[in-house]
Write a protein of this length. Structure first.
Length: 212
């Protein structure tokens, strides 16, 4: 347990330092690894968590490792890097959805909360895509696939009934929404800070929800 707790503390420290120091106009490999380090540390912490089943350990490690790869890719400018980041996070969302589904009781997917959430997500996704469609260009279909993946992740979290997973999934979606607005609509003040302040807490809540 202690190695995992130390790694979680280091992850929090890395995330906090990146928020206060790293989120500037600078770029480069060192800053990219700094950005990825919180998820790397959480991924390693998952390996040492003593009460986590082997399948959950593997899934959580894979999802966090893919998220770290996405962080690395998105730290660099350009559509090619953005595509790599999109694919990394899309795959992470699919793995997260599988992990969350394991905790969902029988019949949860047809429950009222899941159906209402599905309706709201569908409406918001249609409105978002309609607004951004002209600006997506060659990324239209990858973005649609990404929206589908994160929608399934949110629904799996709601089906699980785990408040940590639900909170983490919703914060993740909010972070991605702000990235979409910044990339395909218009930049807004303190975008990097707002995205980081939703993204890392999302990963931390999901970690707690899975290991808890």
């Amino acid at each position: 347990m202690w190695p995992s707790l130390v790694l979680i503390f280091c992850s929090l420290a890395a995330a906090g330092s990146y928020l206060t120091i790293g989120l500037g106009d600078r770029s480069g490999p060192a800053l990219a690894w700094w950005k990825a380090s919180p998820c790397i540390l959480l991924a390693v912490a998952a390996l040492f968590w003593p009460t986590l089943a082997d399948d959950k350990t593997a899934g959580l490690f894979a999802a966090l490792s893919l998220s770290a790869m996405g962080d690395l890719f998105l730290a660099f400018a350009g559509r090619a890097w953005f595509k790599r980041g999109l694919l990394s996070f899309l795959t992470a969302h699919i793995i997260y959805a599988g992990l969350f589904s394991d905790d969902a009781p029988a019949g949860a997917w047809s429950s009222g909360p899941v159906l209402v959430t599905a309706g709201l997500i569908s409406l918001l996704t249609i409105l978002l895509l309609a607004r951004l469609w002209q600006n997506l260009g060659a990324l239209r279909f990858p973005v649609v696939a990404y929206c589908l993946a994160i929608a399934i992740m949110i629904l799996a979290a709601v089906a699980s009934g785990n408040v940590f997973l639900i909170g983490g999934a919703l914060l993740f979606a909010l972070s991605d929404l702000m990235i979409a607005i910044r990339e395909f609509h218009r930049p807004f003040p303190f975008a990097r800070h707002a995205i980081w302040l939703t993204y890392f807490p999302a990963q931390l809540l999901i970690f707690v929800g899975v290991v808890g």
